[in-house]
Write a protein that binds this ligand. Sequence first.
Ligand code: ZN
Length: 235
Amino acid sequence: VIGVIKSAFNAFVRLFYPRVCAGCGGNLLSGEEHICLVCHQNLVPTQFNLRKENAFFKTMSARVPIEAATAMYYFTKGGIIQHILHEIKYKGNRALAVYLGQIFGKKNLKDDIFSTVDVVVPVPLHPKKEKSRGYNQCALIGSGIAEVMGKRLEIAALKRVNFTTTQTHKGRTDRWENVKDAFELGNTDALKGKHILLLDDVMTTGATLEACARTLMNIEGVRLSIATLVYTDEL
Ligand SMILES: [Zn+2]
């Protein structure tokens, strides 16, 4: 009886909140969640997880000592991934962010190289920005990852202390000036000697990741790996 009531309730809810794909806006079929099958197939996987010495790892390990780096999808301008990022950053689609984290964890982070990760640390937003947005999309992605990896999510490890302006139109040097002092350590008592997976939603120049990584390196005995949902080297 409860099952019948539940499915009737779900059908009722769907009348008012139709389930649509975050990529194309089309209706989702039963069995599809957040992103339709066609959009899933149009996303471009980086396959960085198949090679330790991937482009992302090479870029970042030249700047900070890291164990590994991976990203799930390539950014394509005007592509489905751009819609998806817009949904999680500006449209309040929290469930989508958690769902993407779960896929990321299952598909890319189950490999040996990430098996020694102890804790997932998302890049923080400035408190003012998080307040106006209502959430940190990166922490939501991180909760999905932590859940499927069976690891801890630590959102208090890093604090964003500078309210940085948007980085979209800045060059690489400006970006680094913009973020190099933007982060401080928060509560890190439980992170000594741990392997931290630093997580961001998008990798562009790597300036934000580098600033966060340099800050986290001040924790005694810590090891670092880096993961981002989306990777681009086009900007
Ligand atoms: Zn779709």
